[in-house]
Design a protein around this ligand. Structure first.
Ligand SMILES: Cc1cc2nc3c(=O)[nH]c(=O)nc-3n(C[C@H](O)[C@H](O)[C@H](O)COP(=O)(O)OP(=O)(O)OC[C@H]3O[C@@H](n4cnc5c(N)ncnc54)[C@H](O)[C@@H]3O)c2cc1C
Length: 450
């Protein structure tokens, strides 16, 4: 009989044979890969493996699936649902070394990027072109992770999520088979659109090793405004008006006094407006006429408007820093939910009371992408991990016809509640798709229920 330790030593030796000794980490050297950005999800990796190219990824996967060892893919480790950390002693496959970036294809306005390239690096690839996806974690979040989570962010209303930017993909199946479709054709109706299927698959179907991405003209004449409003229904109505009256609208975001007060107390952030408001709408627009359109919309409401890069950055910090706010109070539970447009105000206004019913001691900080119907709900302290907070928020969301994951995915965090969002028939179809891609159940077995 081969003992577990001997078995793992043999596996580790084989991994070393593929990627070299300096790229197989165990023990303390592997610990940093086993905890997520929030600190809420902590696990342990059997080993961390850091291949340098698609061939090494394929060899690692063939080895692990053949040995019956589960694998968790990881990019920048900025995911918020515990999907990219080894919570059950899996092998952690880091794609961080796949950093190849092609020259920009100026005929097609496209670029090919390795899975480990950060979103910021893609955005910086050309002075006049930009990556449509913009998220606050862009300095660390990777192309592979953004595809796997179908990342959204602040410009979804204008450009759609990561899936809409995909013009091709290269990926490795769990048995080591490489599938590649990177020609970047805008029109290509030659069968199943598996790049689209991999977008949002959370590392459960295949390991993304590269992607062909569309770039868009860099926006000009940008204007940012923060507008103080009396309540969330009024905020939603103002955002709705902006969608129809500001043709250059790029972002419609919100944050509330609850998060702002924490940042004022713990980070010395000065208030955005002379008088406090219960809630704030941040609008960003671009192009000729954007300033006038925003001014017409704002009218007499209290507002701060910025046109210079420095002023806009300052105003944006009020929207980008609320995710930090909860962290000042403890380890947060971060839920990210959405509702149909007509029910958004109901969701955003009542989620705090729903959490208070379940846990009167919890503080709730909300912010998010109002034009996408998206509310990020941060609960702190997260209290006992007995599911009471998730139950309260997800039941409310389900009753409003919304989604329990607007953009972060299901991961390990939300797997027990998937039935609230997807029917049994849909979940059965998911399992069949998963079985077709990964028959050995090697990839991220604890993410999304099988
Ligand atoms: C401050 C902050 C702000 C954020 N803002 C937003 C936001 O506005 N919108 C948004 O959508 N998200 C946001 N996020 C969440 C996160 O940044 C995104 O989900 C991001 O796309 C994750 O990329 P990553 O490289 O860090 O992936 P990881 O965290 O490493 O992994 C995420 C998931 O993808 C899988 N995965 C990673 N790489 C691969 C690969 N190459 N192949 C297959 N599977 C893979 C992992 O197994 C895991 O399930 C934010 C996070 C933080 C910390």
């Amino acid at each position: 009989m081969v003992r577990y330790n001997e078995y793992m030593e043999a596996l580790t030796a084989s991994l070393v044979g593929i990627v070299g000794p300096e790229h197989v980490l165990t023990g303390d050297a592997a610990a940093g890969y086993a905890v997520d950005w929030t600190g809420r999800f902590r696990g342990r990796a059997a080993a961390v493996v850091r291949p340098r190219d698609t061939g090494e990824v394929a060899a690692v996967l063939a080895l692990c699936s053949g040995a019956g060892v589960a694998v968790v893919p990881q990019g920048g480790n900025t995911g918020l649902v515990g999907g990219g950390v080894p919570l059950h002693g899996e092998v952690l496959l880091s794609l961080a070394r796949l950093t190849g970036l092609s020259p920009v294809d100026r005929d097609a306005s496209q670029v090919s990027a390795g899975a480990g390239v950060t979103l910021q690096r893609v955005a910086d690839a050309a002075p006049d072109l930009d990556l449509p996806i913009q998220i606050a974690s862009r300095e660390s979040a990777t192309v592979g992770g953004a595809v796997a989570t179908n990342a959204g962010g602040v410009r979804v209303l204008r450009y759609g999520p990561m899936r809409a930017q995909l013009r091709g993909i290269e990926a490795v199946l769990s048995d080591g088979t490489v599938v590649s479709h990177l020609a970047g054709l805008t029109k290509d109706n030659t069968g199943y659109d598996y790049p689209s299927l991999l977008a949002g698959s959370e590392g459960t179907l295949a390991v993304v090793t590269g992607a062909r991405l569309r770039l868009v003209p860099r926006l000009r004449d940008n204007v940012t405004a923060i507008i103080g409003v009396d309540d969330l229904p009024a905020l939603h109505e103002l955002a709705r008006q902006a969608l129809v009256s500001v043709p250059g609208l790029v972002c419609a975001e919100f944050f509330t006094a609850a998060g702002l007060s924490v940042l004022q107390a713990h980070a010395g952030l000065a208030p955005p407006l002379p008088a406090p408001s219960p809630a704030y709408l941040l609008l960003d627009a671009a192009g000729p006429g954007a300033l006038d359109d925003l001014a017409d919309l704002i009218g007499d409401l209290p507002a701060a408007v910025g046109e210079s890069a420095a002023d806009r950055r300052r105003l944006w910090s009020y929207r980008e820093r609320p995710p930090e706010a909860a962290g000042f109070l403890g380890v947060p539970l971060k839920l990210d939910v959405s509702a149909p447009a007509a029910r958004w105000a109901e969701l955003a206004s009542s989620v705090g009371a729903a959490v208070a019913d379940a846990d009167p001691g919890a503080r709730v900080i909300t912010f998010g992408h109002v034009a996408d119907g998206n509310v990020h709900v941060n609960i702190v302290p997260a209290g006992p991990a007995d599911g009471r907070h998730e139950d309260s928020v997800f039941s409310l969301v389900a009753s409003l016809g919304g989604s329990i994951s607007a953009e972060h995915g299901i991961g390990a965090l939300k797997a027990p509640w998937l039935h609230l969002a997807r029917s049994e028939a849909e979940r059965t179809l998911f399992a069949r798709i998963r079985g077709a891609f990964d028959p050995t159940g090697t990839l991220n077995p604890h993410v999304l229920p099988r």
